[in-house]
Design a protein around this ligand. Structure first.
Ligand code: NAP
Length: 267
């Protein structure tokens, strides 16, 4: 009998997980995408697109489509779907795993300023520099809209939505990015300060190296917390193990390890 795994996606890790699951005999995988980007990279296995209608809608989808396990591999800043996933899995009585790539950690030479939110990041900016490279994505830029004295270079996959800062140019691009490319961008735009979410992962980390090499300050927006009682695994192999679908797995989900969740801590 095949096991049906629903992967909540929109990340490279979700595609990697879907590929591993799809390659496993006796497993059927469906990846769910929010439908935010017009030309998403397609994961292996089945794909569905669009919201479920809250935790209740997701629980109903799980029951209707006879899902045996839920893997939340959404972006670390996609807090609403993660909260919904935890509630829906509990309501539908299916095991769930949260896959979160580890956050970034500051190293020697980094000039990082931590912000608890986008609004906090905006409040930190004015003394740090006038020309800002804003890489927090196309949503939530309203937090910077009142900063009329600063020049923003906004990079996003899709065009950003208003309200936006008045003095702004947009660079449409999708990672992965290289240190050489990021350095050239910082230089070409005369960037004085970088703003980023703590997304983690290699695909968009080059900007941090480029900023360090140029001695630039970086405002890092910290991740929203996981829902109460939820812990995460840091990579695909641990997610597969937790689902009981890793090498030698018996198909039965494994209990949470005691130290789970340590993925988000820096030394
Ligand atoms: P969010 O605020 O946590 O979710 C908002 C709503 O979008 C959810 O309540 C849900 O609608 C729907 N949704 C989100 N992810 C979904 C999925 N994988 N499948 C089906 N519906 C989904 O999420 P977000 O921050 O807007 O991110 C949306 C998607 O983009 C996520 O899948 C995430 O992995 C990806 N992404 C986000 C970021 C980021 O910085 N936030 C960056 C890169 C990629 P219903 O309540 O109607 O079910």
């Amino acid at each position: 009998m095949s096991r049906h795994v629903l992967v909540l996606g929109g990340t490279a890790e979700a595609r990697e997980l879907a590929a591993s699951l799809a390659a496993r005999p006796g497993v059927r995988v469906t990846t769910s995408l929010a439908g935010r980007v017009s030309r998403p990279k397609t994961p292996d296995g089945d794909v569905r697109v669009g919201g479920f209608g809250g935790a209740e809608g997701l629980a109903a989808w799980i029951r209707t489509h006879q899902v045996d396990a839920l893997a939340d591999a959404t972006h670390p800043f996609a807090a609403r779907i993660t909260a919904n996933a935890a509630r829906a899995a509990a309501a539908a009585g299916v095991p769930a795993v949260v896959l979160r790539r580890p956050g970034w950690c500051a190293g020697p030479g980094d000039r990082w300023h931590e912000a608890a939110s986008m609004a906090d990041a905006a409040a930190l900016l004015p003394p740090l520099g006038r020309r800002v490279f804003l890489t927090t994505g196309r949503l939530g830029l309203a937090a910077f809209a009142h900063l009329t004295d600063l020049h923003f270079v906004v990079r996003s996959v899709e065009p950003p939505e208003p309200p936006l800062p008045p003095d702004m140019e947009v660079v449409l691009a999708r990672g992965p990015f290289t240190v050489e490319g990021e350095t050239a961008l910082l230089r070409a735009h005369g960037i004085e300060v970088l703003v980023t979410k703590d997304s983690g992962g290699a695909a968009t980390a080059a900007k941090l190296t480029a900023a360090r090499e140029r001695g630039l300050p970086v405002v890092v927006v910290r991740r929203p917390p996981l829902p109460e009682g939820v812990t995460a695994v840091p990579d695909v192999s641990e997610a597969l193990a937790r689902l009981g679908l890793g090498p030698g797995g018996n198909g039965r989900p494994q209990p949470k390890p005691v130290d789970a969740g340590a993925a988000d801590t820096c030394p």
